[in-house]
Design a protein around this ligand. Structure first.
Ligand code: HEM
Ligand SMILES: *[C@@H]1O[C@H](CO)[C@@H](O)[C@H](O)[C@H]1NC(C)=O
Length: 371
């Protein structure tokens, strides 16, 4: 091959890469997306969402997770076309209607041969970095047609979701007009799609933190606190009980800190029962070491359990139980399967029963000794 021919081919190759939309079908599914960014550098970004009508809705979103994502929801409008709705993700709840003016449905959209096709023009006001790699999420829900022209239609939660990054620098098209148009006579090549411009990513960037949060607090509330409570009547050594519970207390704050970070990131901090009850239980338990100390001082002075002792015991028991219940609520929040929730409830129940059983046994024995 001579040099001239070589450079001709290189130029051709570069042109081809740089003049076609990027296409991607996540998880090798029957749902496909395309992205095209005009070379001229306007705020226009062209998107295509193409999926079978067996889906009730398809969502494509800019971001790593629901919270903070700008989303494009597509569903049938019941009139042979599709509705595209711009939504803002607010954590793990139905995304709220966004700025409908930032999107428009283009030519070539419609419901044909059992597929919904949405060709969308998105006016990018800086939300999306088109100069390189950008983070995207998608979710889908199977079911009957929503048949709604309302962009604010309410949708039920997805069957599944995934995440990936797309290199939009490789999605440039030469002409700033609908590259997915049926009468594609505008010179843009839609044949393409370069697999290397899309990388699948972790669809739940917080999953490890959520796991750590759950494991730490389960160990603290289901094992460490109940065992530490048992240690007191069992060994009768206040300092062993105090040291043990303080380890649990510190771990609890660490677990709470992780929960705070994750829930702030997901925009759900103090938004539902689990995050609210968690704050309340942890804050109220903040008093427990002080109550324990006051009880200890009172006990040494009076040689018998006084008011602080009773409060320390019953306040503690109530809060440990509330913490156990809140663990179950947390599992539900992550969408854990019923099996996990049942296993958790059984283990927490056994732990509580063991503690209750031993405390009662010990109390009866002490009563008998007195007689
Ligand atoms: C009614 C509407 C929706 C509800 C109630 C909802 C609820 C949830 C819940 C509970 C989770 C966590 C459980 C899990 O990981 O499976 C989650 C995760 C996720 N959802 Fe949604 N969702 C809705 C709509 C959407 C839409 C429209 C998208 C589209 C882009 C989406 C994308 C995702 C993604 C990518 C994740 C994993 C990352 C993250 O945790 O944010 N969701 N959603
Ligand atoms: C769907 O709506 C878009 C935007 O109004 C239009 O360009 C397109 O031709 C419509 N498709 C059908 C099949 O009517």
């Amino acid at each position: 091959m001579n040099a001239k021919k070589f450079w001709f081919l290189v130029t051709l190759g570069v042109c081809q890469v740089s003049s076609s939309p990027v296409s991607f079908c996540p998880d090798d599914s029957d749902i496909c997306f395309q992205w095209a960014v005009p070379e001229a550098g306007s705020e226009n970004v062209y998107l295509q969402i193409d999926a079978p009508t067996s889906y009730q809705w398809i969502g494509l979103g800019i971001g790593k997770q629901m919270a903070g994502a700008a989303m494009f929801l597509v569903y049938e409008d019941g009139q042979g076309n599709v509705t595209v709705s711009n939504r803002n993700g607010k954590g793990h709840s139905m995304p709220l209607l966004g700025d409908q003016d930032s999107i428009s449905l283009l030519d070539g959209s419609g419901v044909k041969d059992g597929r919904m096709i949405a060709n969308v023009l998105y006016k990018n006001s800086g939300k999306l970095d088109v100069s390189g790699s950008s983070d995207w999420i998608m979710a889908k829900k199977e079911g009957a047609s929503l048949a709604s022209v309302d962009p604010d239609a309410s949708v039920a939660v997805h069957d599944s979701h995934s995440a990936f990054s797309v290199n939009l620098a490789q999605a440039s098209v030469s002409v700033d007009s609908n590259p997915f148009s049926e009468n594609n006579d505008n010179g843009n090549d839609v044949s393409g799609g370069d697999a290397t411009s899309v990388t699948e990513t972790n669809s739940n960037p917080n999953s490890n933190l959520i796991l750590a949060h759950g494991v730490i607090l389960t160990v603290v509330f289901v094992a460490v606190y109940p065992l530490g409570s048992l240690l007191m009547p069992w060994l009768g050594k206040w300092y062993i009980h105090a040291a043990w519970q303080m380890v649990g207390f510190l771990a609890m704050w660490a677990g709470f800190g992780i929960g705070y970070v994750v829930s702030s990131d997901l925009d759900i901090f103090f938004d539902q029962t689990h995050t609210r009850l968690g704050v309340v239980v942890v804050a109220l338990l903040g008093m427990q070491p002080i109550l324990g100390l006051l009880h200890h001082i009172q006990y040494r002075r009076q040689g018998a359990r006084g008011a602080f002792g009773h409060v320390h015991i019953w306040y503690g028991r109530a809060l440990i139980i509330m913490g156990m219940v809140n663990g179950g609520l947390g599992l539900q929040l992550t969408g854990a399967s019923d099996t996990y929730v049942i296993v958790y409830s059984v283990v927490a129940g056994i732990s509580a029963l063991m503690y209750a059983g031993y405390s009662t046994f010990k109390a009866i024995k002490t009563e008998e000794k007195k007689k």
